[in-house]
Design a protein around this ligand. Sequence first.
Ligand code: ZN
Length: 244
Amino acid sequence: MKTLIISDIHANLNALEAVLADAGEVNQVWCLGDLVGYGPQPNECIERVQTLPNFECVIGNHDAAVIGQISLTAFNTEARTSAEWTQRILSKDNEQFLQNLSKVVIKDVVTLVHGSPFDPIWEYVTDTYTARMNFESMETPLCFIGHSHLPIHFRLEENGEHVFYEVPKNGEPVIIKKNVKYMLNPGSVGQPRDHDPRASYAIFDSEEKLWQNFRVEYDIKSVQEKILNLELPRRHAARLAIGY
Ligand code: ZN
C-alpha cells in the first residue's frame, strides 16, 4: 500500500500539482493540514485534494483560523491579512470541507496530526526534548506531523532511552523498525522553510515498512505573480524563492 504524505500546501496549487505528478500513482493520500493560508489558490487546492484516492486530512492552524475555530490574533500581521482574504473568497462548500476536518486521525498504526500528538494544532516538534515529551503521548508507534514546514525524523529507540533526530536526504529510505517509535515530517508542499525552495513530500509504504522524503521543483515565479496580482503580502511571494 503506497501512501502519499503531504502537508502545509498553503494554497499553492502549482506546488501541489508538481508533487502529485512527481509522486505518480499511489493508493491513498494523507494530508497533515494547512491546506490554506499564505498562498493564492485556496479554493482550487481544497477542490483538488478531494479528487485524490482515499484522501484523509487533519486540520491545521491556518485552516482552523480561516473558519473561526481559533483566533486570528495568534497570527502575525501578514499571515492574518492572508487568512482574512481567504475568509472572504472561500466558497461555502470549501468552508464546510474545512469545518469537517478532525484534529487527529488514526489509521491503523499511524496517527496523523498537524502539530504534535500532545497539541495537534499549535505545537512545533523541532527538537528532541519536545519529541521525547510527545512520544509519551503517542498511542500508535508511528505519528506523521507537519506544521514546522521542515522535513525531519525523530525516533525513540526500543529501550526508550534515546531520541534521535535526522534531516532526510532526497529519496533516502527510512526503514521502519519494530518496537521503535517514529515521528516523521514530510516537509511542506507549498512553503518550505529549510532553505530549499523545492516542494517537499513523502511516500510511506506500509508493507515494505518504508518512508522516503522527496523534493520536486515547481514554477515558483507563477505563484509569486498570483500572490502579487492579488495584492497579498509581498513577503509571502519573496520567501518562496529562498525556501523560507
Ligand atoms: Zn503551515
